[in-house]
Design a protein around this ligand. Structure first.
Ligand SMILES: [Zn+2]
Length: 284
């Protein structure tokens, strides 16, 4: 008997709720109110973000197991993330935030149009030292390098630039030489196959000795704590080989700009690879 009463009660509740629902649907004003509310709540960008971050695989490398936490944090505060993303993309008028890694290849003829040669005179005037005479960088990167080198110099530290822009064919030559010398597996841990190097983008700089010992030098230490203030980001940090594809390179910095550095620090645990992979996916 008792259970019949409960069932009856539930039926009444359901019918009542159904009528309520119908009333909302039948009243055009309620309709408008509901759709205005929806429009305020979910923008197409938020929808796109949700789709990107709830799918598998995630739009950034997940091999370190950190990507899920990053995605969750972004999904909890989509509006603020999208506002930051918008600012970063607006700043990138010069198409610098391009993904080039072991899975994303640049074409053989990709060459930035705004390369400037780093001559001895220019380097001297801009407070850094060059290790060879065939170096070049994209103009905004050289400007940022100058600002950073002047700041370092003010603290008694000289930044030595050892490698910068590389053409596809030059990268091919280096890679093939490394493979011949150390075998493919070892070469792949520290040298990029043609088309996969950040150096081909004209935004990356190798400083000093290009060896692990550079981390212990004055300049290496100065860069580790100051480069980000000038928009330079360490591309291949320690313990991130599973994510970046490379063992630590304490000498290799990529210029992403100050806005993108702040964005990377705030949302991507300061890991450049996650941010650049996300931007790549977002732009698809
Ligand atoms: Zn490098």
């Amino acid at each position: 008997m008792k259970s019949n009463v409960i069932v009856l009660f539930l039926l009444v509740v359901l019918v009542f709720a159904g009528c309520k629902g119908k009333q909302i649907q039948n009243n055009p004003n309620d309709y408008i109110e509901v759709s205005v509310k929806m429009a305020n709540q979910i923008s197409p960008e938020e929808e796109k973000l949700t789709q990107l971050l709830t799918r598998y695989p995630l739009p950034f490398n997940n091999e370190k197991g950190e990507a899920n936490q990053i995605a969750e944090r972004i999904l909890q505060d989509k509006k603020s993330f999208l506002a930051d993303l918008q600012e970063v993309l607006e700043k990138d008028t010069w198409d610098s935030l391009i993904l080039a890694d072991k899975k994303h290849f640049l074409s053989e003829d990709y060459e930035p149009a705004d390369l400037v040669s780093l001559t001895q005179d220019l380097a001297k005037a801009h407070s850094y030292v060059i290790n060879r005479n065939d170096l070049s960088l994209r103009i905004p990167v050289e400007k940022a390098l100058q600002t950073m080198a002047e700041a370092a110099k003010a603290e008694g530290i000289t930044l030595v630039v050892s490698s910068t822009y590389r053409t596809y064919s030059y990268q091919k030559m280096i890679y093939e030489r490394n493979v011949a010398q150390m075998g493919k597996e070892a070469a792949d841990r520290e040298s990029a196959a043609p088309g996969t190097s950040q150096h081909q983008l004209g935004v990356a700089i190798d400083f000093g000795s290009i060896t692990d010992e550079y981390a212990e030098t004055k300049a290496g230490k100065w860069l580790a704590s100051n480069a980000s203030k000038y928009g330079f980001s360490l591309s291949f940090p320690k313990e991130y080989e599973a994510v970046t594809g490379y063992r630590r390179e304490c000498w290799h910095y990529r210029y992403v700009g100050e806005k993108a550095i702040a964005f990377q620090e705030k949302w991507f645990n300061d890991i450049q690879q996650y941010m650049i992979e996300f931007i790549y996916a977002w732009r698809q």
